[in-house]
Every structure is written in C-alpha cells, then in structure tokens.
Design a protein around this ligand. Sequence first.
Ligand code: ATP
Length: 303
Amino acid sequence: MLRIRELGKTYANGVHALNDVSLDIPRGMFGLLGPNGAGKSSLMRTLATLQEADHGSVTLDGENGEPIDVLRDKDAVRRQLGYLPQDFGVYPKVSAEDLLEHFAVLKGLTARKQRREVVDALLQQVNLWDARKRKLGTYSGGMRQRFGIAQALLGSPRLVIVDEPTAGLDPEERNRFLNLLAEIGENVAVILSTHIVEDVTDLCPTMAIMNKGQVLLTGEPGVAIEALRNQVWRKQVSKAVLGDYESRHTVLSTRLVAGNPVIHVFAPERPEEGFEQVAPDLEDVYFQRLRQQARHAAHAEAA
Ligand SMILES: Nc1ncnc2c1ncn2[C@@H]1O[C@H](COP(=O)(O)OP(=O)(O)OP(=O)(O)O)[C@@H](O)[C@H]1O
C-alpha cells in the first residue's frame, strides 16, 4: 500500500531525524513504535506532505492501481489522506458539529445535503452524536481525539496517519479510541505512531520499531516476540545491587514490585542463579532492540 525507501532528513541544527528509513506498510493497522525524539513525527509529517525529505522515495498505491509519488504529487496524496497530528488543536468555542462541517467544506464537500450526511455519519461513527452540539472546549481528551479522527476521515481517505493519539488518555478513553481505530483499519491503511508498547500489542498486525532516525525492526509483533523465546529472564533484586546487575547483564526493563526492582534480562542462557525464564512480550522486543542499537553505537564510537 505504501512503500518507503531510504528516506532521509537532516534538520538545519544537524539532527538526523530520518536516517535512510525504508518500510513497507500494508492495509490495516501499522504500529510505529519509538521513544520521544525517534523521528516518528518527522516521518508522519513527511508522509502527510507537510515537510520535505532530503532524499528517498515514497509510493502510495492509488485508487485505480496507479502508484502515486508521495514526495512530488502532493495534491494527489492529500486527496487520499487523513491526518491526526500530535498537537491537534480545536477551536474551543465552536461545537463539534459546526467545526466538522467547516472542515468538510475545506475538504471540498460543497454540496450541502451530502455534506450533512457525511458529517452526521462521522459524528455517529466516532460516538460523538449526543455531544455534537457541545463546544469543543468542554470535551475530554478522549472526546477531542475522537473528534480528531472524525476530521481525519473526511473525504474517505485510503491512508490514515495518527501521531501519538493516546498520550494523556485515561485507560477507558484509550480503549475506546483504539477500538475506533481498529474498525477503521479494516478498510484502509492506518499508521499509528506511538511510544506506548501496548497500543501496538493490542492492535497492530504489523509494526516497526524506530529510534534515532533508524528503523530497528519491522514485521509482525508475534514473529519478533517468538524470536526472543528462551532468552528473557526475570529476577527480583534489591535496589542496592541493581547497578551491578545492569553492568553485568543486558537489563531490558526494571519494574518495581512491592518496592523491589524486578528486572528482565536478555541472555541466551540462564544468566545466574535465581533467574527464572519468562515468556517474552513486545516490551522485551522493544527494549532489546533499543539496547542493541545503543551497544552498536558505543562499539562504533570506541573503534
Ligand atoms: N523542525 C525541527 N528542527 C530541528 N530539529 C527537529 C525539528 N523537528 C524535530 N527535530 C528533532 O528531530 C528528532 C526527531 O524528532 P521527531 O519529532 O520526529 O521525533 P518523535 O519520534 O516524533 O518524538 P516526539 O514524540 O517527541 O515528537 C528529535 O531529536 C527532534 O528534536
């Protein structure tokens, strides 16, 4: 559906935000996972035709099978694109219904009757029908994000990009929002950028992990998890010796359980007495890739 090849971007301050990024993004939900500053927003904004890349190519399968050159044919992309930016702002004094109608006009839905139908259907789809007359300033974070999805879906896009949409949502709102995305993902390609591992675990059949402008892994979460089988070990340790463990082993994560750290260590065999093997999950995959990248960078620096 979307083919990204060797996309590069260096900002004027010298930050390499995209370092030869190559990805194949199929129809359905695609999770783009990475910590803050990984380059996710730079990639999303480039795909959404809002900023230029330095080099590389991006091709989107068009409706009629014709490939669209995303970096050059921006108008064609915009006709197929829905975008929910990370910092989606709304006019607080306007009702959801009025603002969505306004966005619909901007999207080119000029026929009044048809526009009304589209706006009403979208408000129902995102479950804001009962709150449609309320001013957006009175909406909760989750409602605002669902409104953001409604505006992204105007014009029946085939590619929907949502940038860190669940940050700041409480668990119930987050679930509601993710369920909505999953429904949309049945028909179109949805790229979900997030630093929350569970967003991807719960929802995305394909994914990529990104950090420091590089793609560290791409594929199916289940396959990546399976590749770590028999190599993740858990132990409860005291805070006093945590540093020792971190210097001796590849500690993937540390979680406090009843006040004491429980560590996950990546190792081909039992690292020491007292470690028990655990079934790996996507969080282990995520941290294993980040640690591996840091280790390679340290070796490269030392060499
Ligand atoms: N306009 C800009 N000028 C200079 N540097 C930038 C600009 N935009 C982003 N950066 C830098 O590029 C890197 C990647 O940023 P980007 O926003 O793409 O990451 P991200 O993964 O989306 O993180 P976040 O979730 O914090 O937005 C960061 O180091 C960031 O500081």
